[in-house]
Design a binder for this molecule. Sequence first.
Ligand code: HEM
Length: 442
Amino acid sequence: MAALKAFLGFYTSPMDTASRILRKYGNAVSITLPFFGKKPLPDAFIFFGAENNRQVYAKWDDLRMTALWPISAKPDTVQQRIRHNYMCLSGRTHRDIANQIEAPLNRGQIKKLSVEMYAIMKPVIDKAFTEDTFDLVKFHKDLSIQCIFNLLFGEPDAERALRIGHMVDELNLSNYVKANRILKLDIPGLPFHDLLRQAEAVKEELTRWIGEVEGLPANTNLRTSVLNMTDSDGQAFSFDFTIGCLGSMVWAAIDTPSLGSLWTTVHLSRHPEIAEKLRDELKAAGFSEKTSTEELNKLPYLNGVVLEGLRLSPPGAFIPLKSVRDTVIGSVKIPANTAIYLCPRETQRDPAIYPDPEVFRPERWAGIQSPDAYEFIAFSGGVRRCPGASFATIYMKMVIAMLVERGGLELLTRGPIPVRSAPAMEPLKPVMARPSASGHFC
Ligand code: HEM
């Protein structure tokens, strides 16, 4: 019964359920569902804490990510054909592909982008400050779509970027509508029907979009990297696999940085004194005249604010994995095809590593530019570490610095913000804000 409760809890209230399981059962937990299991084998393992993370990262070749878009459908549907992508592979095949998309995201490349990033963000942020009230979730999503499509995917047309970005985001969200797991009927009016049509529309749009970069060198941007991806023998992938990779790459690139920035903005509104301290740092450094990556990385308090936002509110509160063969993690035997969850949010609230873990305290990062690989896993780790981590960190530093410098925001949504895991932690409802009359965060 406890297993069933935990299982259902992950759907209804994922973060509370994870905390409860950790408090009650410890830091390595197996869940067996007697109602559904034919054999007495666990259906899932949940690992908490730095030491377990280390053990899991040591076994990456035995693991893969679960499909980003979990709703299976009939084999002839577009949804089924594009929902798998290279992130669901493991071992050498996965690494070979990961290497092929690395170039547009490497540190040297990212360094050159920050001044351009400032120029793209400025009009979008200025416009928000002319609004009476606005939804902070939509603001951050629109900002990341316009900025990231331009800088990483080579799409400077903001209207087009917004259209494609929102189409992919909506398809992603439909993949986390609970009814779609059980009621798989292609009947107008049902969410599953909408999901199938969204997948078709996304494929059509992405097919046009990727076709436009044909002939360009593979490392021009992420769109060209995906178009030119090959398997370990140099063979091109099926077109559906390529479109699946592009769709999931678009989602990974826009959703997590926007949610990371959203949650950090919310923390600043709840801690105006921290926003003021950050503003002092930006003023002293002459931030608006110095927006290069080097200058941003010289600001320790800004670094602390961004790391603290990602520590307390990592966009991916869970990292969902699957064993591809029988394996052993620590002393735990894990059969092939078993779900395994890592929990960045709980790891990053471990009081043994982070004293007063619930407190938003950027000062705890003083002198630390890069956190420990097992104690801080917001970007995952090992060979599966997020390839967009350097870009995302600069992106978040820029957004937060610009919002603080531009004038404060007043958060109108008070109290706890309910979330869903889709698979990033996304507010269930709009989070309303307005430019603060005092010019300070509140
Ligand atoms: C704050 C922002 C971000 C966070 C918190 C984040 C977090 C993560 C996490 C937890 C994973 C899972 C890795 C695994 O265990 O397999 C991941 C994978 C990935 N992320 Fe990010 N990410 C962010 C931004 C980005 C950006 C800007 C991109 C740009 C393209 C990106 C692209 C990817 C890709 C392609 C993967 C799959 C990697 C693989 O399977 O080898 N991410 N990210």
